[in-house]
Design a protein around this ligand. Structure first.
Ligand code: ZN
Length: 296
């Protein structure tokens, strides 16, 4: 089953609903960064959350979510846009903690319970929008929910779920986001809260073969929902050797000369996708020539 995200309306438009299967995205991130189980779940939930928040963007708009907790995972950074692209990384991919007291992967233990949750949106305006809230849970779903409530004043419920296999690979990953629009009645909010209490994990529903549409049907349990659109999501990093060459040029000639003299080349690694780019001595010489404008 391919990854995709569904947008819908429920309760006469008073609730906006999003559900996603992001199994392939999270699996690719796991492979690219060689994350161990707890880190896989932490990065995976962040990617799912980034895609759900990103679903509110348009076209070329971009967003960065940075989760900086005090746990062993270190910082988690995900970048998404209005086209369903996402990339991301976790500072310490090799985090594997014992299961928590509920027998679940201890994402909170990896992320930590103190720190900051930051969202930066580039909406093509002069200044980017930036919002910041403290980490309140460390399990991440509640942290996305808290961010939306406090920073964007949108009462929401966000569920993020990753099922990690015993060999650290990803079985399923997905989630949902419900946003309550102004004017919704208390009955609507109470009914939603009641339903969410009994909702199984999205990753388990995906494992049973349920689609994002099915997940919305289960959440709204008989309530009329209007599907607005479904759209593909994908892990996509736009890095290239040319971009790294531009970055190396900014280091200046003496720095590049040192790479030639001491290392006889340079290797650049993209932190977002793990792709490696190698520059040999003639390529580095060419970069110096670009700076100095000299011709041989
Ligand atoms: Zn990259």
């Amino acid at each position: 089953m391919k990854d995709y995200l569904v947008k819908a309306l429920a309760y006469g438009g008073y609730v906006r609903a999003y559900a996603i299967n992001a199994t392939a995205v999270v699996a690719e991130a796991q492979r690219r960064h060689d994350t161990w189980n707890t880190a896989s779940a932490a990065l995976g939930r962040s990617l799912v959350g980034g895609l759900l928040l990103g679903a509110t963007l348009k076209g070329d708009d971009k967003m960065t979510v940075k989760i900086q907790g005090d746990g062993p995972a270190g910082a988690i950074i995900v970048d998404s846009n209005g086209k369903g692209d996402i990339k991301g990384y976790i500072q310490n991919p090799h985090v594997s903690l014992p299961l928590n007291d509920k027998g679940k992967i201890d994402v909170r233990g990896a992320v930590g319970t103190n720190g900051v949750f930051t969202v930066i949106k580039d909406l093509g305006l002069k200044e980017p929008f930036s919002g910041q809230t403290p980490i309140v849970s460390g399990e991440l779903g509640d942290d996305f929910t808290y961010y939306l409530a406090v920073s964007e004043q949108i009462p929401s419920a966000v569920g993020l779920s990753v099922l990690v296999d015993t060999d650290d690979s990803i079985k399923t990953a997905g989630g949902f986001m419900l946003q309550v629009m102004p004017g919704a009645s208390d009955e609507v909010i109470d009914a939603l809260e009641e339903r969410l209490k009994h909702l199984p994990n999205v990753s388990s529903l995906l494992e049973e073969g349920k689609t994002p549409e099915d997940i919305l049907e289960i959440i709204f349990d008989g309530e009329a929902i209007m599907i607005l659109e479904d759209s593909p999501v994908q892990f996509n990093c736009e890095c290239s050797k040319e971009k790294f060459a531009t970055a190396i040029i900014t280091l200046g000639t003496s720095e590049i000369q040192a790479m030639i003299d001491e290392d006889h080349g340079a290797e650049a690694v993209c932190s977002f996708c793990g792709e490696k780019y190698y520059f040999d001595e003639p390529e580095l010489e060419a970069l110096i020539q670009e700076i100095t404008g000299e011709k041989e």
